[in-house]
Ligand binder design. Structure first.
Ligand code: SF4
Length: 396
């Protein structure tokens, strides 16, 4: 570990996130940067992505020295729907990464995939390109719910593609499952979760639907055509699902993430531990040694800047010490083991001194059973997860 000011930064390797902003159609709840594209548009984007990967390896960072551990131990190809791309495209992208960065032999290399966009050949090709983890956006095993969400696949597609992935040799698979969907109930949500578990994935992300501005759901909600499910139902879905997954042998290691022992996502854990990662592609974010960079989300700008040999950065922000401390606290609190004072401000005394104005509020949350405050650090209790936003907001 190295100490930079007051934050103890993990001295481990760096991650790489690569954004593929293409989808067959827009899901009704989706606020991600993604949409349909022609084969020609996809090709132009991949060319630019490959160029950007090289540009970052070549250039000094405009916000200061932007260098970190050159060793890469996780690559996450997310989207969008990266599984719309052929294995040869994924191979090209990963070859560009390997050509310019020192990718560890045992690096975790994940691709996000949606059912109905996979084939046996594609999956074998991804494996041959070095992808060793598959994250499938299943969301639900109820076809009616999938229709409400505007997904392009059925439950049967998900079951078939999971089997294809196993046949192709994927032995580390995540399934994304969603709860809190309008028109659903606790029993239906639990039935989907049981079906997910029956497939035996190594990892399950079980997360609540968020209504996001600019989505179809948002417009329907504003127009009174869609009702959010009641808060107590949402919480019952979460806690029953959480307990069920724990009973089935999954470790609850982050608010929304559950893994068989040893299968915690190395890449996502970087986000919660203030580790360094590069983000390549449209709208992608990086965090390197305290500097946050966000790429432009405008495709024309992205292509223009990269083809001119310029980094496609829209925003560069050097975290203040206060930013770093706050982010370390509220991302750290998402993990089941919470935060350790010695990692953040060196000791409990220093932490209490730094946050003296909010300590009484934290002690209130402890008395009400929402927090565990020990000599080592702070952990959210299961009750505390329900008010995690209120608790995290104290630190901002
Ligand atoms: S597949 Fe994922 S990224 Fe694409 S529109 Fe649906 S939710 Fe958004």
């Amino acid at each position: 570990m190295t100490v930079n000011n007051t934050i103890v930064r993990p001295s481990g390797d760096t991650g790489i996130y690569i954004h593929i902003p293409f989808c067959t159609q827009k899901c009704n709840y989706c606020g991600f940067l993604s949409g349909p594209a022609t084969a020609k548009e996809q090709d132009a984007y991949i060319n630019a992505l490959v160029r950007e990967i090289g540009l970052v390896a070549d250039l000094p960072f405009t916000g200061g020295e932007w260098r970190t551990s050159p060793r890469i131990d996780s690559v996450f190809i997310g989207g969008g729907t990266p599984s719309l791309l052929d294995a040869s495209d994924i191979g090209r992208i990963l070859a560009a990464v390997r050509a310019r960065y020192d990718v560890a032999e045992d690096a975790e290399i994940t691709i996000e995939a949606n059912p109905a966009s996979l084939t046996a050949d594609k999956l074998s090709g991804y494996r041959a390109a070095g992808v060793n983890r598959l994250s499938m956006g299943v969301q639900s095993f109820d076809d009616n719910v999938l229709r409400i969400l505007g997904r392009i696949h059925t439950a049967e597609d998900a079951v078939r593609d999971f089997a294809l992935a196993r046949d192709a040799g994927f032995d580390n698979i995540n399934l994304d499952l969603m709860f809190g969907i309008p028109g659903t109930d606790v029993n239906g949500t639990m039935a989907s979760l049981r079906q997910a578990v029956s497939l035996g994935p190594e990892h399950i992300s079980y997360y609540g639907l968020q209504l996001e501005e600019g989505t179809r759901f948002w417009a329907d909600f504003q127009a009174g055509r869609l009702n959010e499910i009641p808060e107590e139902t949402d919480r019952e879905m979460y806690h029953r699902g959480r307990m069920y997954l724990k009973d089935q042998g999954y470790v609850h290691y982050e608010i929304s993430n559950f893994a068989k022992p040893g299968f915690q996502s190395r890449h996502n854990s970087k986000y919660w531990g203030m580790a360094d990662y590069y983000g390549f592609g449209l709208g992608a974010s990086s965090y390197i040694r305290g500097t946050r960079v966000v790429n432009t989300g405008d495709m024309a700008d992205y292509l223009r800047l990269v083809s001119a040999g310029r980094l496609p950065q829209a925003d560069v922000y050097v975290n203040t010490e206060r930013d770093d401390i706050a982010e370390a606290v509220f991302t750290g609190l998402r993990r089941n083991f919470g935060i350790r004072f010695e990692d953040i401000l060196g000791s409990k005394e220093q932490f209490y001194d730094y946050y003296k104005s909010i300590i009484p509020r934290l002690e209130d949350f402890e008395r009400s059973g929402h927090l565990l405050l020990t000599d080592e650090g702070i952990t959210l209790t299961n009750l505390g997860i329900d008010v995690s936003n209120q608790i995290m907001a104290l630190f901002v």
